[in-house]
Design a protein. Structure first.
Length: 364
């Protein structure tokens, strides 16, 4: 198949008149110029598919759902808008229920419908638990993580932990040795806690400046994150978790390390109303999800497609930078070496971005 584009983002630059050849879902060649008889023509800028490494659900459903059909609908709510690689995130539950939820997701991983499972909990700080049931939070242990990873049959790719918890540093060492990415998040930790965690193998920060100290001062965890180049940094760009002006400021400082995530809950693509996260009641009003009990933010209703548009239109980030944050850097952060850019040998996960209509169309 030949795909023609008037413009495309390649190697961090916006280029004109490009055509690519796709064979068996893989980019087999990339050429400048115009092909005489392309099979498809991108109506906007050709960009790689979005990669979302932190997403809890969508389309009215969660990835913790009992029904495979409900899980499939949650996946579709994101893939139809351009998220071509998706990690299914699970919130804090008791360990027995969490194992069952992991088991239900394994077939979706085996079939390639998701690229992994992310455990956001139960190894989180009580003081920074956000939309997680505080009575279910526990300290991590290596034997428990071994059990969970065994249940996941290779599907568990990332675990978020508060690095100050008892046993957290040993847990991070174990995760790194097991090929699972350890993420720092939902934490009351300090500069020193984050530094030790990173030395021990942590490589990602879960939704930076949410569920952690926002103060960038000497000795703070935010200060460490902004100054250590080893960490990939998640941002939720919905204008509620962080002001757009703050996102712009972060990009000016560490833009190459930023990766956009949706942190989407069930309302993504489904509209306002009453929902739950785990057992916690959530109210979604005007696209903003908050816990009914205390009005704290409870995930987002984003897709990466909308976050991408927000980044360009509201934060003033360039198109190549936005592609880096939604495709290149997420692929790097999760070790997905076969996707995330337009290059020979990469998966042909391709989108067309039309700036005039602020829309994204799936090309292949």
């Amino acid at each position: 198949m030949i795909i023609q584009a008037k413009q495309a983002v390649v190697d961090g630059s916006l280029v004109s008149d490009l055509w690519i050849e796709v064979s068996n879902g893989i980019i087999s060649s990339v050429h400048s110029g115009r092909h005489e008889k392309p099979d498809k023509i991108a109506d906007g800028v050709l960009i790689p598919g979005f990669i979302d490494i932190h997403c809890h659900g969508g389309g009215g459903h969660y990835f913790s759902a009992v029904s495979p059909d409900a899980i499939a609908k949650a996946i579709n709510a994101h893939t139809k808008t351009g998220t071509t690689s998706l990690v299914a995130s699970l919130v804090t539950e008791n360990i027995t229920d969490l194992k069952v939820q992991i088991q239900r997701l394994v077939p979706f991983y085996t079939r390639g419908e998701i690229v992994g499972i992310h455990l956001e909990g139960p190894f989180l700080s009580h003081a920074r638990c956000g939309a997680h049931e505080p009575t279910l939070l526990i300290d991590p242990t290596v034997p428990l993580l071994q059990e969970l990873i065994e249940v996941g049959q290779g599907a568990i790719k990332m675990v978020t932990l508060a690095p100050e918890l008892q046993g957290a540093q040993d847990a991070i060492k174990y995760l790194a040795s097991a090929g699972v990415f350890a993420a720092i998040g939902h934490t009351e930790g300090t500069f020193q806690d984050a530094s030790l965690a990173t030395d021990n193998g942590a490589s990602i920060v879960t939704h930076f400046l949410n569920a952690m100290d926002k103060e960038d001062s000497e000795g703070s965890i935010a200060n460490f994150v902004l100054n250590d180049p080893r960490l990939g940094v998640e941002l939720i760009v919905d204008g509620h978790h962080l002001a757009f002006s703050k996102v712009k400021e972060i990009f000016a400082s560490i833009g190459s390390r930023v990766l956009l995530v949706s942190d989407a809950m069930a309302a993504a693509g489904n509209g306002d109303g009453k929902y739950t996260i785990g057992a916690l009641p959530v109210e979604v009003d005007n696209g903003v999800a908050r816990l009914a009990s205390n009005q704290k933010l409870a995930g987002s209703t984003l897709t990466i497609s909308q976050a991408f548009v927000n980044l360009i239109n509201h934060c003033g980030i360039s198109l190549p930078q936005a592609v880096h944050a939604t495709s290149v850097q997420p692929a790097k952060a999760l070790g997905l070496n076969d996707r995330g850019s337009i290059a020979v040998g990469m998966r042909a996960d391709l989108l067309s971005y039309n700036s005039a209509t602020e829309s994204v169309t799936v090309i292949s």
